[in-house]
Write a protein that binds this ligand. Sequence first.
Ligand SMILES: Cc1cc2nc3c(=O)[nH]c(=O)nc-3n(C[C@H](O)[C@H](O)[C@H](O)COP(=O)(O)OP(=O)(O)OC[C@H]3O[C@@H](n4cnc5c(N)ncnc54)[C@H](O)[C@@H]3O)c2cc1C
Ligand code: SF4
Length: 338
Amino acid sequence: MIDFQYTRADTIADAIRQISANTEAKFIAGGTNLIDLMKEDVERPARLIDISRLPLKSVEETANRGLRIGALVPNSDLAYHPLIAQRYPMLASAILAGASAQLRNMASTGGNLLQRTRCAYFYDTTSPCNKREPGSGCSAIAGLNRGHAILGTSEACIATHPSDMCVALVALDATVHVVGPTGARAIAFADFHRLPENTPQRDTNLERNEIITAIELPARGFAANCSYLKIRDRLSYAFALVSVAAALELEGDTIKAARLALGGVAHKPWRDPSAEAELQGQTTNPSTFTRAANVLLRDARGFEHNAFKIDLARSAIVRTLTQAASGIPQSQSSKKIA
Ligand SMILES: Cc1cc2nc3c(=O)[nH]c(=O)nc-3n(C[C@H](O)[C@H](O)[C@H](O)COP(=O)(O)OP(=O)(O)OC[C@H]3O[C@@H](n4cnc5c(N)ncnc54)[C@H](O)[C@@H]3O)c2cc1C
Ligand code: SF4
């Protein structure tokens, strides 16, 4: 039995005061990831600060016709919110491709960004893991690495970020709003998660005494031509081997603007503007889409068990862009890869 204290925050200021007062404290929202980590003895917070009753549960239109999503909006409420379903169907598709209905009811928007990797060695406290215990080594590099990263890896860590929602959010140019002891700041979604480099213990650029208050979406939702494709071992309740968020703005069959992001392949949702530039001004056809895929994957590197992800990602990108061009927002795949 490992003891910990439990308190509830009444206001955002109270939450920040409480987390700043105890370096061993952690916020808890839906608890769907943090409680698992505590049960596995991967995380040992001395104090849990429950933020689930803070007034961060609304979805509101912003002055510039975007949306501001409170950090405590449950994943299921967000996916089925009429404004999300109508204006940002790629985000709704990505959320519904994740976890299970029960988990999505509990999981919060802010918590989804901060969920930790599903690398099995990270959860196995008998294995060396630089993310869990800096300097101890990475068991995955020469171990079982079928689910691991092919882009942006380092010698310290090859873990992936497991979120689906975040892949759509980075493609949509979202902004993360946070508040800390010195006030509020906004972080571009592409800058929120980090690559492992030599500090894999840090997943994001959020400071430990900051709280996520909201995610803001710009007005442009690419509602007419977008798609989210998640390829995994089972149709539900499995994390992505590879996922793709693709969005196009079309004039006839000419691409005026494009967004393309990958999940399941890197320590952060992977987006590269040069792949999107490859699509701009081109017509929607498989060779255009393959060229963009090749740009996005140009630095991909496989390990012993996951090299298949490079070809899988290439095919998935072409298929998702084809679906986006045809206005098909989601197709689920349960493709079993040997
Ligand atoms: C079996 C299973 C399958 C899953 N499958 C998928 C999947 O396929 N795709 C997918 O995307 N996700 C999946 N998930 C992940 C799930 O979506 C996340 O666990 C969930 O979104 C986390 O939200 P939470 O509110 O429960 O976070 P919690 O567990 O409460 O917190 C997670 C972390 O975030 C911190 N935190 C939470 N809210 C805030 C805040 N507002 N500000 C600062 N820090 C905060 C906590 O301190 C903690 O460190 C799965 C989870 C499980 C258990
Ligand atoms: S890949 Fe990262 S999380 Fe997994 S064992 Fe290596 S250091 Fe740990």
